[in-house]
Write a protein that binds this ligand. Structure first.
Ligand SMILES: [Zn+2]
Length: 324
């Protein structure tokens, strides 16, 4: 099997392996659905977003997702027959090899949904499914801040914390596509309860936007979200500054363990919390450099913006469809 790194090479005609056409990327989030047409060089056209209304169930949700896909194709001026295939990203647990959503944590009631088969029928093209954070890692590796690297770790830090790992040029999936759950690396085994998995002291229980705001409120601050905590900390408010420091320490602790496991050339951080830029990246970089066993761990912000989910779904489609 060729590696993702090798396949990431786009030839002079702009083709990925034997794939020359665009692919349709579909992203199923807990609050939003998104679609876009993605070229082999990562250019996203016809990007469209709609509310997920996940509580209405999978039949309604997928009908609207596929309609969104058709709109993206129409907006991009691309016919269904022109696309190489359809890539779908969604939160787990899912089975990427069978193309089935098992019971995604953010989509209550969406159990055992054969989304690949349904997308294939809807568009008359092959389809593939992967975990959305794995897809985000594929997008940053193929099109973004991890381009050209062989070993890369990607963490997305927003409502929760997700991740993906590229090892020796190959995107790591695990036995059924749920590997690389980096948000559930333990940073304090007697620590806070993790909303995502129910264990204690996960990285997600400290570094997620949800937890940052929650810990600030527990400490007596009147804040809506993580951005408020970051702003107050930057303004010198001592309680916010303590919560922010703890966040950076927890993140650095998690990244150090992850870096010691994989010795990546680069750690790419994406998601809403990373919009705070150097306020987060600076302290984390310093702490990881001090603590990690390997000599150099480069920590950078993600290069892809809001369309990362769609670009990721497309990146996994290019990878897996090119592999045949
Ligand atoms: Zn957890």
């Amino acid at each position: 099997m060729a590696s993702l790194g090798e396949r990431a090479a786009v030839d002079e005609d702009g083709a990925v392996g034997r794939l020359r056409g665009p692919v349709l990327g579909l992203d199923i989030g807990g609050t939003k659905l998104a679609a876009g047409v993605v070229a082999p060089d990562g250019e996203v056209r016809g990007f469209v977003v709609a509310p997920a209304h996940a509580e209405r169930g999978p039949d309604d949700g997928l009908a609207r997702l596929f309609e969104l896909g058709r709109r993206a194709l129409a907006d991009a001026g691309v016919g269904e027959e022109e696309i190489e295939g359809v890539g779908i990203g969604c939160g787990g647990p899912l089975d990427s090899s069978r193309g089935v959503l098992i019971a995604p944590l953010h989509l209550a009631g969406w159990t055992n949904v054969p989304v690949v088969e349904l997308a294939s029928e809807a568009f008359g093209r092959p389809a593939v499914l992967d975990n959305d954070a794995t897809a985000g890692a594929a997008a940053e590796h193929r099109f973004g801040a991890g381009r050209g690297t062989q070993n890369m770790v990607y963490l997305t830090i927003s409502t929760g914390v997700g991740g993906g790992v590229v090892i020796d040029g190959v995107l790591h999936r695990g036995a059924s596509g749920n590997g690389g759950e980096l948000g559930h690396v333990t940073v304090d085994w007697h620590g806070r309860e993790c909303r995502g998995c129910g264990r204690r002291g996960c990285l997600e229980a400290y570094a997620s936007g949800t937890s940052i705001a929650e810990r600030a409120r527990e400490a007596g601050l009147d804040v809506e979200g993580a951005a408020d905590v970051a702003a107050a900390a930057a303004g010198g408010e001592p309680v916010a500054a303590r919560v922010w420091d703890e966040t950076c320490e927890a993140l650095a602790c998690g990244i150090t363990s992850i870096a010691n496991l994989f010795e990546p050339e680069v750690v790419v951080l994406g998601g809403g919390v990373v919009r705070t830029g150097e306020q987060l990246l600076g302290p984390v970089r310093r702490a990881v450099t001090e603590q990690a066993i390997g000599p150099h761990v480069k920590i950078v912000a993600a290069a892809l913006g809001d369309a990362v989910g769609v670009a990721g779904a497309a990146a996994i489609a290019y990878e897996r469809l090119a592999a045949g």
